[in-house]
Ligand binder design. Structure first.
Ligand code: R2B
Ligand code: URA
Length: 380
């Protein structure tokens, strides 16, 4: 009905205008703070910066240079504190293309701009393994498939955070998964990662001996991301649950459609139903290494995946690519909202607060008067 459409539309517009205003206000406040700090002699910048990561290899400081081989970066030719010191969010996903798209999307969502004629540079191009894009405080990396691949990336990204002296970086994996008893298109945020025996630990062999690292994820972070889901606006569900991490897509996930299969449909149904009864909501392939390595370093981590099928109903992914592409954006949307909220809606900053003096007012008017001229940083 035209009347209700119109009021829906007005409501949505008012909502969007409100959100934009809040971003512009927050950016003005940040600018005003910077101006104030400059006037006061950059006191903040003089504070020595310490890295907040824990439990890292004590030999890292002796590596001069440290070569992050798979990223094609090293501490001799790149000034890590200068280039990466402002990183606050490290987002990772399976493919280079998805992470490049996410970088552009997040850039728009947090109000940063680059010259229309330039492209974001893949900073890991020289390594020829992963891709890496930086948009202000957000780093976006591709991790490939499986724990061995994401584990290599995480070792090198954690070392990067250490060398760059980053403070409290948050790591988030965004990706796809098979759902267990959830509708396809549902976003699952992991409460913890478990292996095929439902053991919450990532096992690695060191010197041929099994070592297990706990695979807990940050429950507070999972809740914060879940809160970015808007049931009125998002036409998909978001749930929190346990995630089973398999080391293979076929037999490791009890599929019947692999090149080999030595079990029956019944065996599979029994296993998947057992998972469901143990609150497992999804299966994917990286969360164990992700959870173990981030928590060892005292990094808050979250895994946010969209289910592209319900494994209780089958194995093959029959959904058309256009729909899968739309679903794949859902974790990105939630995470971009979380980043925006964390950057601009900080609990210490009251958005409605007026700038404190004339200099602040000028800064605020310049930004608020014309959103195109908002004090947006240049993305590297
Ligand atoms: C989800 O999808 C990929 C397999 O298709 C794998 O990387 C994962 O975790
Ligand atoms: N990724 C997985 O690892 N499993 C699925 O079933 C779908 C995506």
């Amino acid at each position: 009905m035209p009347k209700s459409n119109c009021s829906d539309c007005t409501c949505r517009l008012a909502n969007e205008v409100g959100q934009l205003k809040a971003i512009v206000n927050a950016q003005s406040k940040t600018l005003a703070k910077l101006v104030r700090q400059m006037r006061e002699g950059c006191k903040k910048d003089e504070e020595p910066k310490e890295c907040t990561l824990c439990g890292l290899n004590p030999c890292l400081k002796c590596l001069q240079p440290d070569i992050l081989y798979h990223l094609g970066l090293d501490t001799e030719t790149t000034d890590f504190p200068k280039v990466f010191g402002d990183v606050r969010f490290v987002c990772m996903g399976g493919t280079p293309g998805r992470m490049e798209n996410f970088a552009y999307y997040v850039m728009q969502e947090i109000g940063l701009k680059i010259n229309a004629a330039t492209k974001l540079r893949d900073m890991a191009e020289a390594g020829k393994r992963f891709s890496l894009f930086k948009v202000g405080p957000v780093l976006c990396a591709s991790h490939g498939m499986g724990c061995p691949s994401i584990s290599i990336l995480l070792h090198e990204l954690i070392k990067m955070m250490y060398h760059a002296k980053c403070k409290d970086p948050v790591f988030i994996r965004i990706g796809t998964c098979g759902g267990i008893g959830v509708d396809p298109g549902t976003v699952v945020i992991s409460s913890e990662a478990v292996d095929g025996r439902l053991n919450p630990a990532h096992e690695i062999l060191v010197h041929g001996i099994s070592v297990q690292h706990a695979s807990q994820l940050d429950e507070g972070l999972a809740d914060e991301i879940k809160m970015c889901h808007d049931p009125d606006k998002d036409n998909f569900e978001t749930v929190i649950g346990r995630t089973l991490c398999a080391h293979d897509f076929y037999e490791g996930q009890s599929r019947l459609d692999g090149a080999f299969c030595e079990y029956t449909l019944e065996n599979k149904q029994t296993y998947l139903e057992q998972l469901q009864s143990q609150q497992v909501k999804n299966i994917e392939m990286e969360s164990l290494a992700f959870a173990a390595l981030t928590s060892r370093a005292n990094i808050r981590g979250a895994v946010v995946c969209v289910a592209i099928l319900n494994r209780l109903n089958g194995d093959q992914i029959k959904t058309p690519h256009e729909i899968l592409a739309k679903w794949e954006k859902r974790p990105q949307e939630l995470v971009a909202r979380y980043i925006r909220k964390t950057l601009y809606f900080n609990e210490n900053d009251s958005l409605s607060e007026e700038p404190e003096d004339e200099t602040d007012k000028r800064a605020s008017q310049g930004a608020a008067g014309d959103t195109q001229k908002a004090p947006a940083e240049e993305a590297e």
